[in-house]
Write a protein that binds this ligand. Sequence first.
Ligand SMILES: Nc1ncnc2c1ncn2[C@@H]1O[C@H](COP(=O)(O)OP(=O)(O)OP(=O)(O)O)[C@@H](O)[C@H]1O
Ligand SMILES: [Mg+2]
Length: 226
Amino acid sequence: MNNYIKIKNLTKKYDKNKSIKVLNDISFNFESGKTYSIMGPSGSGKSTLLNLLSLIDHPTTGLIEISSNKIKSNKVENDLIRAKKIGIIYQDKNLLSDFTALENVYLPNLLITKEKQKSVDLAKKLIKNVGMSTRINYFPNELSGGENQRIAIARALINDPDIILADEPTGSLDSDNAKLIFKTLFNLKNKNRIIIFATHNRYFANMADCKIMMNDGSIQIINAAT
Ligand SMILES: Nc1ncnc2c1ncn2[C@@H]1O[C@H](COP(=O)(O)OP(=O)(O)OP(=O)(O)O)[C@@H](O)[C@H]1O
Ligand SMILES: [Mg+2]
């Protein structure tokens, strides 16, 4: 299956100030099997774009199409598409604080499959893959920043997403942990998957197949992937 995300003439204005186009007529195709980095100054629209791609927010005008699904502003439908197809990793506060690492990881799968034992088993496997098996019963506030991010990656993977979106996933980590998280993230690359991450770190941005530079709500492609 060939997955893609097509965005066409995307514009975003927030209610607070309708004279500012935070995203200004952006068109682009993201292709499966590729990694994309988004760089750009603070306020240039990186998180806004990722929030549109994750179907959490809606564009003011323009079109988003995910593998032939034309996205409408139907919350229930979009929540389902997100749950099944999209894994999201934020800079921090990814995990629900009242739930253990294991619960945080298996719950999104349980919601879809309704099969607890299978969800728990799968979660344990993913947690093992990020080297966190000894911490499954820890709560987020009992984990370090890097450990929280590794659990967040396991959680983002639980429904085997076609799309992984990461918004400055190492923004609050030291450089060793940042390297580990990006190594884990790049290991998730496969031919059916699109990985898009925003970062302020040039070194990690350069590791992507395609670099997208944002400035004042517009994008520029630095090295189109071949
Ligand atoms: N909910 C909101 N309401 C009004 N304006 C917003 C809202 N969210 C973001 N903005 C504005 O949109 C612009 C882009 O913000 P965005 O968070 O996308 O930037 P960014 O590139 O992710 O920056 P950073 O590198 O600091 O994370 C900013 O000028 C911001 O003030
Ligand atoms: Mg941001």
